[in-house]
Design a protein around this ligand. Structure first.
Ligand SMILES: Cc1ncc(COP(=O)(O)O)c(C=O)c1O
Length: 414
């Protein structure tokens, strides 16, 4: 593949209104996109337009603006489907977020198919969203959870993969760590899981905003992601699943929209994907998510990936040069193997203290366990400080981080 042209970050920054503001008298340097990304003007405008010009509930009214709202909502589904290369829009179920998408699978497919003694394989990289639903199921059903361990640089250690997958019903794994950035080889894992007869759920919450994702090529069974990490609004996410699986699964929540008929005796379910979308959906948010897809597609996901890779490489190099072994960097050493999240820890300085001091310089980084406590336990630490990049970040932001960290280090020097 030829390397895509570098992003015109100055132009991109101009599209994000929040980047014009100052924090503590300093330029806002937003380095927390792994947690939630900022929104471009086009997303804000698309949502504003629906509220101002064609807001109504969807799938119900036959009047003009209701039809416009329905068309906009379903067009957004089509955009999301196209973005991740689903075979058809009905393979995209709108959910509140990735967490709900994973829970949907746990409460429908898994409860319909898994019994006591069945096995689910997870990894030590997982976000709590891809851990706790399976713990709940394990406690309720007696399902066994097995864990793929990590190498010393927080890649999946696949030495025992065949044994772990032996007899498994489901492999549920992240495509990219939100803490240490590790990119996971999903096609390899899908092939191994298929050979063992297991279904595969991919938590693509970090991957969809950062790398070209082709769910059809991945050939997993379920893929979950959130709009708010991919420049779209909060309150909406998606579950992709193969149409035949969605057809066979029982519904999740009951109520309006998800039914074909209701009598005093019972109900029948709507077609997919609406069978899984009970109640009034996040109409305007879906349109915003569609606008975010438009924005990312105009840039091109190959270019987005190269931007994240190059900025991560630059920042890892700058951090190593400046702080040497006083700063512990987690995750694979090469940016080729990781997305744009860098977790680090100074010897003897608490992750939260660092985050607070750099905030005084306008630099927003996250400190904590990043909803990945099993990983923190493996690392033997309670927390890291994490800087994570979006398409609107550049080397000046990385430099601002390094300078702010110099201040933090000297502030806490004994
Ligand atoms: C890898 C990963 N999975 C799942 C989630 C949960 O996403 P949400 O809070 O949008 O449901 C996150 C959010 O940080 C994440 O990074």
């Amino acid at each position: 593949m030829t390397t895509p042209a570098p992003l015109d970050v100055a132009r991109i920054q101009a599209d994000f209104p929040i980047l014009k503001r100052q924090v503590n008298g300093k330029r806002l340097v937003y380095l927390d996109s792994a947690s939630s990304a900022q929104k471009p003007q086009s997303v804000l405008d698309a949502m504003d337009r629906v509220y101002r010009e064609s807001y109504a509930n969807v799938h119900r009214g036959v009047y003009t603006i209701a039809e416009e709202a329905t068309a906009a909502f379903e067009a957004a589904r089509g955009k999301v489907a196209g973005f991740v290369h689903a075979r058809e829009p009905r393979e995209i179920v709108f959910t509140r977020n990735a967490t709900e998408a994973i829970n949907l699978v746990a409460y429908t497919w898994a409860r319909a198919n898994l019994q006591a003694g069945d096995v689910i394989v997870l990894s030590h990289l997982e976000h709590h969203a891809n851990v706790v639903p399976w713990h709940i199921l394990a406690a309720e059903r007696g399902v066994e959870l097995r864990w793929i361990p990590l190498t010393a640089d927080q890649r999946l250690d696949l030495t025992d993969l065949d044994r772990l997958l032996d007899g498994a019903s489901l492999l549920a794994v992240t495509a990219m760590s939100n803490v240490v950035g590790t990119i996971v080889d999903i096609p390899f894992l899908v092939a191994a899981a298929r050979a063992a007869g297991a279904h595969v759920l991919v938590d693509a919450c970090q991957a969809v905003p950062q790398i070209p994702v082709d769910v059809t090529a991945w050939d997993a069974d379920f893929v979950a992601f959130s709009s708010h990490k991919m420049l779209g609004p909060t309150g909406i996410g998606a579950l992709w699943a193969k149409a035949e699986l969605l057809e066979a699964m029982p519904p999740f929540l009951g109520g309006g929209e998800m039914i074909r008929d209701v009598t005093t005796e019972g109900f029948s379910t709507n077609d997919i994907p609406w069978k899984f979308e009970a109640g009034t959906p996040a109409i305007v948010e879906a349109v915003g998510m569609g606008a975010a897809v438009d924005y990312l597609q105009a840039i091109g996901m190959d270019a987005v990936r190269e931007h994240e890779r190059a900025l991560t490489e630059y920042t890892l190099g700058a951090l190593r040069d400046r702080f040497e072994d006083r700063l512990h960097l987690y995750g694979p050493p090469s940016a080729d193997d990781r997305g744009g999240a860098i977790s680090f820890l100074f010897d003897g300085i608490h992750a939260h203290d660092v985050s607070q001091v750099v905030d005084e310089e306008g630099v927003c980084v996250r400190a904590g366990h990043h909803c990945a406590k099993p990983l923190m336990r493996v690392l033997g630490i309670p927390a890291t400080t994490r800087a994570s990049f979006g398409i609107y970040n550049d080397r000046a932001d990385a430099d601002a981080l390094v300078e702010a960290l110099v201040k933090a280090e000297s502030f806490f020097a004994i």
